[in-house]
Design a protein around this ligand. Sequence first.
Ligand code: GH3
Ligand code: MG
Ligand code: MG
Ligand code: MG
Length: 320
Amino acid sequence: MDATPSTPVAAKVPYKVLLVDDQAIIFEALRRMLAEARDIELHYCGEGARALQMAGEIEPDVILQDLVMPDVDGLMLVKFFRANPNTADIPIVVLSSKEEAKTKADAFHNGANDYLVKLPDQIEMVARLRYHAATHKTLLERNAALEKLKRISRTDGLTNIFNRRHFDERLENEFLRARRKKLSLAVVLLDVDHFKQFNDNYGHQAGDDCLVKVAEALRSSIRRPADVVARYGGEEFVVILPETDREGVLHVAERIRKAVMEMNIPHEHSSVSDVVTVSLGIAYAVPSEDAEEGQAESLVKLADQGLYKAKESGRNRVAE
Ligand code: GH3
Ligand code: MG
Ligand code: MG
Ligand code: MG
């Protein structure tokens, strides 16, 4: 059993603050000022020239930064932090003895989020650091949650390959790209043979396991990073092959067919083989210049006609 949590949440993951200031005495003063703030972890960089590298290593929640340093221009450093993808989202609090409006304006213009004149009192210092660090943490959490949602929304829950939604989107994009570049775009549509009998004989759970294995076979048959493998629905799968002509798509489809057979999934009630097999329909085209958006679907329809032929002529084969 878990122990009763007694420490506040904030103390569990301290906010990391990176102080960039050439004067060690400022670091000393801040260290004392923040000693009681258990939720703030202070890191120190005494050279402006090393600040970017240190920020990359420490991944602070706030950068607290001096303006006047012997080795770098502090205003330029603010700009560098903003321009660097590793630090672009980290709040920058300028900590300077300069009080002129022009300097402040320049700092904000270059991307600073806050400006403190050296040295503010403990209450203000702690409050500002907490505010900016918490804002940053919330942003990171939101971004991570959003990424996760995006991943889930394009993934098929059973097989972990792309789902129909993502397939539709990608097909449309690839179709437009093929039209623009005058390149051949190919599609493979495949369907498990006698899958109803498989379910009836081995059970629905075994049917699910079979689909996971078919997806694996598909994934292992695809060689180019641009190829897209997706579950089209039920026991049907689909592959998008950009920049692929008739010869290429025939080759890939045949490789998929063999890979599924080589999975050696027993299917004693199949009329085709004693293992699970698939039938595949292929289609390919160089979209014509006047092809309208939405016509990408016609490629799938064509592949579906091929699939029908493959089924009619005996299953476990490729047809166009
Ligand atoms: P054919 O060779 O003509 O394709 O025959 P078939 O039996 O595969 O075709 P049919 O369309 O009659 O049956 C498809 C079966 O696939 C019926 C359905 O219950 C099953 N199925 C669809 N989705 C799933 C799934 O996610 N899991 C499982 N276990 N079965 C599924
Ligand atoms: Mg200085
Ligand atoms: Mg089917
Ligand atoms: Mg089927």
